[in-house]
Ligand binder design. Structure first.
Ligand code: SF4
Length: 384
């Protein structure tokens, strides 16, 4: 199958180049504690051996940054760092990585008096000084609140799309063009809509594709395949990440799934004629990372899937998130949501918080809420 790729500009990330017709680069991310240098180095190397072109590591603190320096010393992999709230850590981490990902939706947390433009100018100058590329990484679970206000509450595409476009415009204006963009949602249909609109507006900017919080295999792989087939099949996408909720020793599955999907698309073996069935239970869960509040998260997500299987024929979305970064936002859009704290799990019914429960209590509490929801749906008069 001949695919006419978008004429994106080449962006070098260490020894990997994305865009400009280069092979689609496959990425993954460590979910070990970054300060656990041995475990993180082992996972980085395992992912590289599994075929990862780029491996991302989360950094939230000075201690994480110090650990990253040691991780860099012990591995030859092409590294990317994931910054969320604390953008000022860019200066500490840039010497040790090939790319910095920042999230426009989390820049407001620190130095609230400073406009985002000044923060991005700082990150770009640090990247310039340390031969790093940038990723403007917009995520549905943490869209800039100021951007959201500019759009209708039910507009899920506009805020993400325009947050990305706005940052591209600013980076171009300050003369920093060594960046890629990601616009992620947990709904594959929205990922397709947003990235097609972006590629229409900015065909020159390389795109990092991904369905965020795609969940547990095989569902997470199916959701991702649906989006990737619709985008890569149209020449959109220069690097990809399949976000799966799996234990660290199974993270290689992200690479294997990505390579299989890309190969199938390029060979014309498309499978996503089957649309995601919205009338069935949909479990959204994040792939975990160093920020996960409790090591029991992946097991909890697996238990949620087992415990709620009886509800598979109900159009209900349950979100299971590892921490505060995308937890509160992503669970807002779900019928029932769990986001983890160190010793308790926050349970939500849509945007309403039901309470925080221990890891032993949470599954029973979730089931009570699910039963009540099913009851309400069963009693509700049939539409039309
Ligand atoms: S929600 Fe938190 S734990 Fe999960 S991937 Fe995002 S930052 Fe990591």
């Amino acid at each position: 199958m001949t695919i006419q790729r978008n004429p994106t500009r080449p962006v070098r990330i260490g020894r990997v180049t994305v865009g400009g017709g280069h092979a689609i680069a496959v990425q993954s991310m460590t979910a070990t504690r970054t300060q656990d240098v041995d475990a993180t180095v082992a996972l980085v190397n395992a992912l590289e051996e599994a075929g990862a072109d780029i491996v991302r590591i989360a950094v939230d603190s000075e201690k994480d940054a110090a650990a990253l320096a040691e991780i860099r010393r012990q591995t030859t992999a092409t590294l990317s760092v994931d910054l969320q709230e604390n953008y000022r850590l860019a200066e500490r981490v840039a010497p040790h990585v090939d790319k910095i990902r920042y999230n426009p939706g989390h820049l407001y947390h620190h130095q609230r008096h400073l406009p985002w433009q000044e923060k991005v100018r700082f990150i770009a100058s640090v990247a310039e000084d340390h031969d790093c590329a940038l990723r403007v990484g917009v995520n549905c679970g943490s869209v800039d609140p100021e951007k959201k206000k500019q759009f209708a509450p039910d507009d899920d595409v506009g805020p993400i799309l325009h947050s990305g476009l706005e940052h591209c415009e600013f980076l171009d204006d300050i003369g920093f063009t060594r960046y890629v963009v990601s616009l992620k949602d947990s709904d594959p249909a929205k990922v397709v809509a947003i990235n097609r609109a972006f590629a229409q507006a900015r065909p020159d900017v390389p795109l990092h594709l991904g369905v965020t919080e795609a969940g547990l295999p095989p569902d997470g792989i199916i959701k991702t395949r649906i989006a990737f087939e619709q985008l890569i099949g149209r020449g959109i996408g220069d690097t990809v990440r399949v976000s799966l909720t799996v234990p660290n020793d199974q993270k290689w599955q992200e690479i294997a799934a990505a390579r299989e999907i890309i190969e199938d698309i390029q060979a014309g073996r498309l499978r996503s004629v089957v649309a995601l069935d919205p009338s069935h239970l949909n479990i959204i869960s994040c792939p975990s990372c160093s920020r996960v509040e409790n090591e029991a998260f992946v097991e909890l997500a697996q238990e949620v899937k087992k415990r709620t299987a009886y509800a598979r024929d109900y159009a209900i979305t349950i979100a299971v998130m590892g921490c505060r970064v995308n937890g509160p936002g992503e669970t807002d859009d779900a019928d029932l949501g769990l986001w983890c704290g160190p010793t308790r799990v926050n349970l939500k019914r849509g945007t309403e918080t039901v309470g925080a429960f221990t890891y032993d209590e949470i599954l029973d509490r979730l089931q009570e809420e699910l039963d009540a929801l099913i009851e309400a749906k069963t009693r509700a008069p049939a539409p039309g």
